[in-house]
Design a protein around this ligand. Structure first.
Ligand code: 13P
Length: 254
């Protein structure tokens, strides 16, 4: 059986608790307060809005985590704390964190391990920059990011982990990867996962595409065999468009 798709909204620095609460109520109402059969829906709001989500029919996600359990780490949030707030998933290694907050492959690895230890599913983000693609280096860059993020990481179940391919040049630019560009990279990611976890598990790990996904381009992307869902930024802030993406994916057979 094929794994369920994932549709995840990464709200980034948008929607405080009040807005998050009303969005989540609207989303749950449209979902009939029940999960969609073949799609896991995730909303990842800012930390302060996590507890405002009323998650009926979707999962709560976080956008980042710190790897230590507790201690003198001003401003940080641990995986156990996220768990207490109901987080089932957590994004790690987003390119905005790598770019603006000095995230490294090593810290992505520490965060991934801390999440798994606390039974939160990491969504590990990888993706090349425009100049790396122009230089033909994109597959090497992504292979390296992935192997560094997963160094020493063990999983028991394919659902424990998701990978998001987010080419940096496609994020927030309207410049979506073509379905074939995404599919080719997803194939590379799948092969790396197979080497790491074996064919049975790797075949069922969800690999998401992210970068300027919208309600118009989702159909072409999701048609591809290796694309198991989407990580959506800007468009996930709009309930109608987010629902329309969920609808177009949920109509597909799995
Ligand atoms: P956009 O959908 O706004 O391009 O952002 C993608 C993203 O960064 C999701 O994590």
């Amino acid at each position: 059986m094929k794994p369920k798709y994932i549709v995840a909204g990464n709200w980034k620095l948008n929607k405080g608790p009040a807005e998050a609460r009303s969005f989540s109520e609207g989303l749950s109402k449209h979902l009939g307060n029940a999960p969609v059969k073949n799609v896991d829906i995730i909303i990842a709001p800012p930390f302060v809005s996590l507890s405002a989500l009323k998650a009926d029919g979707f999962f709560i996600g976080a956008q980042d985590v710190y790897w230590e359990d507790k201690g003198a780490f001003t401003g940080e949030v641990s995986a156990a704390m996220l768990k207490e707030l109901g987080a089932a998933y957590c994004i790690v290694g987003h390119s905005e964190r790598r770019m603006y907050f000095h995230e490294t492959d090593r810290t992505v690895n520490l965060k991934t391990a801390a999440l798994l230890k606390n039974r939160i599913r990491p969504i590990v983000c990888v993706g090349e920059r425009s100049e790396e693609r122009k230089a033909g280096q994109m597959y090497n860059v992504v292979r390296f990011q992935l192997s560094a993020a997963l160094f020493d990481v063990q999983i028991e179940n394919p659902d424990d982990l998701a990978v998001a391919y987010e080419p940096v040049w496609a994020i927030g630019t309207g410049n979506v990867a073509t379905p074939q560009q995404a599919e080719d990279m997803h194939e590379i990611i799948r092969q790396s996962l197979e080497k790491r976890f074996g064919i049975d598990i790797a075949g069922k790990i969800r690999i998401l595409y992210g970068g300027s996904v919208n309600d118009a381009n989702i159909a072409g992307l999701i048609d591809k065999e290796q694309i198991n869902g989407a990580l959506i930024g800007g468009v996930s802030l709009d309930l109608d468009k987010f629902l329309s993406i969920i609808n177009s994916i949920s109509q597909r057979e799995r």
